[in-house]
Design a protein around this ligand. Sequence first.
Ligand code: 5AD
Ligand code: SF4
Ligand code: FES
Length: 345
Amino acid sequence: MLELIKKAEETHTLSKNEIVELLKDDQYNDELFKAADRVRKKYVGDEVHLRGLIEFSNICKQNCLYCGLRRDNKNIKRYRLKPEQIINFAKNARNLGYRTVVLQSGEDDFFNVERMTKIIKSIKQLDIAITLSIGEKTREEYKAYKEAGADRYLLRIETTDKELYEKLDPNMSHENRKRCLKDLKELGYEVGTGCLIGLPGQTIESIADDILFFKEIDADMIGVGPFIPNPDTPLKNEKGGTFELSLKVMAITRLLMPDINIPATTAMETLNVNGRLIALRSGANVVMPNVTEGEYRKLYALYPGKICINDTPAHCFSCITGKINSIGRPIAKDYGYRKKVMSKK
Ligand code: 5AD
Ligand code: SF4
Ligand code: FES
């Protein structure tokens, strides 16, 4: 096992069987996390990039079985921020010191190309990088957003197991999801994807495929998070993923993709009070604090136990910078694009 970790640290390659072996054996987890931390330091340095997350609409036309925003969930109050509110939240984030905002929402068709491009253009004037996380769109829409000034796009593949994906995301096709990721790459976005850990029916083998998929599409950012069962969804009685396995998947991803950006995800902090700091010491180099204001944070309820639901953007900013500095890591001051060292070809 130690040989495998060494091989991954030195060559940044592992076969599917080797990944499966690493994932199944928990005896050398500490060595794995330390190796991922060394690779992180060597390729992307000590700086941690902060991205301010704006959750601007919890309205979604999709019906993913695991997600609290699914359209059949009648148990949450829906909201949709006004463009001025979104722009204001971005301004406040910029003033706090953020150099990137992430605009995230359910798949809400109210935000069509006309409305969305206006918002992107105004925010771009603040001299801040923009990441979109608004779901599956046509290539033309993605192109319009890129031209309006969007820099990056997050769209998790969730799982590379096509059958499982199509079972958990009714009426969505795995082919289309891959088409989206391909279009985004071709259009020049920095592309973030990732997966959920612990979905019902998900195998270790399929998680190994997820990691190889990230490498295959040369993703620029990978977010890995545990699936946390939501009581307002059909998967409420399922077991959910563990912190440890999510961390291992993240660490192996770092070993195989040394120069990408990897967030310490919010869902990890939900399962472990020190989750984000532990992740930052096991391969991660990004944190995405919430900069949504007011009651909206609470209403953007993908899963239960979400952190920071009663906190303000200013509080979260000083909380997380304090924590990051306490482990000896500085906050980056640049936009935080991928530092491409490893190029696929
Ligand atoms: N637990 C953890 N993560 C979830 N997401 C959606 N529902 C859950 C859940 N129950 C994640 C999905 C999506 C991201 C925005 O939130 O991976 O891509
Ligand atoms: Fe909608 Fe995304 Fe939730 Fe699926 S995971 S229901 S697309 S917000
Ligand atoms: Fe929100 Fe610590 S990051 S309270």
